[in-house]
Each structure stands twice: as structure tokens, then as C-alpha cells.
Design a protein around this ligand. Structure first.
Ligand code: NAD
Ligand code: UFG
Length: 344
């Protein structure tokens, strides 16, 4: 068995897929989650895929003593992957204090306790949102950070800074900041996937819920952007591919291969796809026709962004492998699984 890794927010969408990939690579995983945006059944799904039930602690990471107790109980944690955060952009505009408190206090508690328990490595879930609308595309890690468009986006920038400042001040651990582009899809087993509470804000869950009839019609937010078909362009990255990058990041830090104490990697495919292209690829890949209409622009959306993933490819040794069609099929199979189970 390799090192013990704490996955905070491990019952969530990306955390659950990462737990699976860590277990497959031989790591001993402890999952922490307060289930504010997830369900304990996810742990069963993880076990069905890997045959291993991860240790699970229902803890709110804002509670520092509870987090300390976890480190006491699970001695010898070598690495932490910090997914726990609130992540709805629109909600963050309405409830900024909730977002600043949850996303920053959890991070501060972790950074305080990690050195006391000998943790050597921290992976942080950041976002391409830190680049805003980049001046040059594809965007690489040297691009300037733009003013955040929401409190949520601001928490990602601030957490990157807090981690960097803490390590520069001599904290005895390394960190890798992973800037995700747009994670989509589900595990090919359809045992775990994305389960948004209420009306989905993100494109792909809205597509699959419309395709299955939970939603009447998808609104395409704008077809008058300065792009080839007028709809916005993003870099959609398969969630299992994304999860595997976290395993690489942990291996890199615990294997003493980091070139700097804080390293940053873009996690994307390098290919921009428009909203309309995504809809048509979904229809082709699944054979399901989608009802959609063109609606007005959504406030705060940037026109286009896609990654230059060269650094992740060459330095981290990670590359997005799954095709967009297979990723969209996996999302559809997950939606069908939810229907079978009577969940949605
Ligand atoms: P998610 O909501 O599915 O997972 C986050 C998990 O953290 C949830 O299970 C939630 O219950 C838990 N959590 C939240 N606050 C907590 C707290 N105080 N204590 C304990 N657990 C807590 O979200 P996700 O899509 O899996 O995102 C994971 C991380 O990646 C987040 O930090 C998010 O900001 C970041 N990220 C996500 C995307 C995306 O598009 N999904 C893009 C860029 C970055
Ligand atoms: N869109 C629609 N209709 C919808 C939902 C979305 O047309 O019903 C469009 C959006 O306008 C955008 C594209 O689909 O052009 C993607 O939108 P998402 O909401 O799925 O994703 P975003 O790029 O807006 O943001 C997401 C996360 C952020 C994260 C960012 C980068 O929500 O938290 O990816 O990782 F920061």
C-alpha cells in the first residue's frame, strides 16, 4: 500500500472520481466531506468500482477541532487533496460571506494543521476562472491573473495566494495548484457522476436532464459572441482524465520530483468547443435529440477560453485522453443510471 491521502470534499463530483483513481494506483484514501453538496451513497459507488471502501469522515472542515481529530485518528496522512469548497458562481454573488467563509476558513484550518501532522503535499483545486478572458489563447500558466468576476472566483485566487505565501514563509510542505478548465462526464461504470442539487447551473447536467425530460428545454446563452458560430467556447475535460492528474500531482510531490515548492498546472484538453458544437456532438454520440433555444447572454460569461496544457503534458506527465464523444456518452449513461435508480 502506498501513502495515506486525505481527500477533502471526497464525496463530491471530482473528489469521488479522484478517490477511485487514487485507490486504483494503490493509495490508502481517507475521505472527508460534510455532505453539504453530496450524498453518502457515493462511498458505496466508489466501493463498487474499486472493491475498496475508503475511510469516510463526515466533518465540516470549518470546524478546526474536528479536522484535528481526523488527523489524530488517521495517523500518517502524507498528502491532502483539497476539493472541499462551495462552487456555485451565481450563489456566491448573492451570498459572498458564505463563500468567503467556507472556502477560506477550510483552507486556513488545513494549512494550520498540516505541518503539525507531518503532511508533505497539498493539491489545490483551482480554476481557469483566474485568467478571466485571456488576452492570448490558448492560455498558459504564465498568463496574468485577471480581477475575479465573482466572490467564488475570488476565493480561488485568494487560496492560491494563501498557499503560496505560506510555503514561501517556510511551511514544510509542497503544493501543486491545478487550474481546471470545464470538467464534465462521469465514471464509465456509471457508478459515480455529477449530481447537482436543484436546477443545474452548468451546461452538461442541463443537457442530460433536458435529454431525459426532467427539463423542458435547454437555453443556449447567446449566439452573438465573436466566435465562429456565435456561442461561447470552453475547454471540456473528462472528469476521469482530470482525476488522474491528481494522482500524478501526489506522485510528483511525494516522489520529490517537484522543481518548485509551489507549482501550477493547467488541466484541459487544449481544444476549444462551442456550446452549439457540444450540443451537436452530444446528439451524435448518444442518438438523442435535444430541445434547445437560443436565449440571451448570461451575465458574467466570458466569450472563450481554452488551455495550453503543454506544461501538464511534459512536466507532470499527464494528458487528457478521452474523446469528447465518449465523455458525453458517459454523462448520458450516468443520467440513465440515475433514472433507473429513481433518483432523477
Ligand atoms: P462538489 O460540490 O461536487 O464537491 C465539493 C465537496 O465538498 C462536496 O461534496 C461538499 O459537500 C464538500 N464540502 C463543501 N464545503 C465543505 C466543508 N466546509 N467541509 C467539508 N466538506 C465540504 O464540487 P466539484 O465539482 O467536485 O468541485 C471540487 C473542487 O473543484 C471545488 O473546490 C471546486 O471549486 C473546484 N472546481 C470545480 C470546477 C467544476 O466545474 N466542477 C471547476 C474548477 C474548480
Ligand atoms: N451555458 C448555456 N446554457 C446553460 C448553461 C451554460 O448556454 O444552461 C453555457 C454558458 O453560457 C457557457 C458554457 O455553457 O458558455 C459553459 O457554462 P458552464 O456554466 O457549464 O461553465 P462555465 O465555463 O461558466 O464555468 C465553469 C464552472 C466554474 C469554473 C469554470 C472553469 O461553473 O466554477 O467552469 O473551471 F470556474
Amino acid at each position: 500500500m502506498k501513502a495515506k491521502i486525505l481527500v477533502t470534499g471526497g464525496a463530491g463530483y471530482i473528489g469521488s472520481h479522484t478517490t477511485v483513481e487514487l485507490q486504483k494506483a494503490g493509495y490508502d484514501v481517507v475521505v472527508l466531506d460534510n455532505l453539504s453538496n453530496s450524498n453518502a451513497d457515493v462511498i458505496d459507488g466508489i466501493e463498487r468500482i474499486t472493491g475498496i471502501r475508503p475511510a469516510f469522515e463526515k466533518i465540516d472542515m470549518q470546524d478546526k477541532e474536528a479536522l484535528r481529530n481526523l488527523f489524530e485518528k488517521h495517523k500518517g496522512i502524507k498528502g491532502v487533496i483539497n476539493f472541499a469548497a462551495s462552487k456555485a458562481v451565481g450563489e456566491s454573488v448573492k451570498k459572498p460571506l458564505l463563500y468567503y467563509r467556507n472556502n477560506l476558513v477550510t483552507m486556513l484550518n488545513l494549512l494550520d494543521l498540516m505541518p503539525q501532522y507531518g503532511v508533505e503535499a497539498l493539491v489545490f483545486s483551482s480554476s481557469c476562472t483566474v485568467y478571466g478572458q485571456p488576452d492570448i489563447l490558448p492560455v498558459d500558466e504564465s498568463a496574468p491573473i485577471k480581477p475575479a468576476l465573482s466572490p467564488y472566483g475570488n476565493t480561488k485566487q485568494i487560496c492560491e495566494e494563501i498557499i503560496t505565501d505560506t510555503i514561501h514563509a517556510g511551511a514544510p510542505f509542497k503544493s501543486i495548484l491545478l487550474r481546471y478548465f470545464n470538467p464534465i462526464g462521469a465514471h464509465p461504470s456509471a457508478e459515480i457522476g455529477e449530481l447537482p442539487l436543484g436546477t443545474p447551473q452548468n451546461l452538461l447536467p442541463y443537457i442530460t436532464q433536458t435529454a431525459i425530460g426532467v427539463r423542458e428545454e435547454l437555453s443556449v446563452f447567446g449566439d452573438d459572441y465573436d466566435t465562429p458560430d456565435g456561442s461561447c467556447i470552453r475547454d471540456y475535460i473528462n472528469v476521469v482524465d482530470l482525476a488522474q492528474a491528481h494522482v500524478k500531482a501526489i506522485e510528483r510531490m511525494l516522489g520529490n520530483k517537484s522543481e518548485e515548492p509551489v507549482e501550477i498546472f493547467n488541466l484541459g484538453t487544449g481544444k476549444g468547443v462551442s456550446v452549439l458544437e457540444l450540443i451537436h456532438t452530444f446528439e451524435e454520440a448518444t442518438g438523442v435529440k435535444l430541445r434547445y433555444k437560443i436565449a440571451g447572454r448570461r451575465e458574467g460569461d466570458i466569450t472563450q477560453v481554452w488551455a495550453d496544457p503543454q506544461k501538464a503534458n511534459t512536466v507532470l506527465g499527464w494528458k487528457a485522453e478521452t474523446s469528447l464523444a465518449d465523455t458525453l456518452k458517459s454523462a448520458w449513461n450516468w443520467q440513465l443510471h440515475l433514472r433507473e435508480k429513481g433518483i432523477m
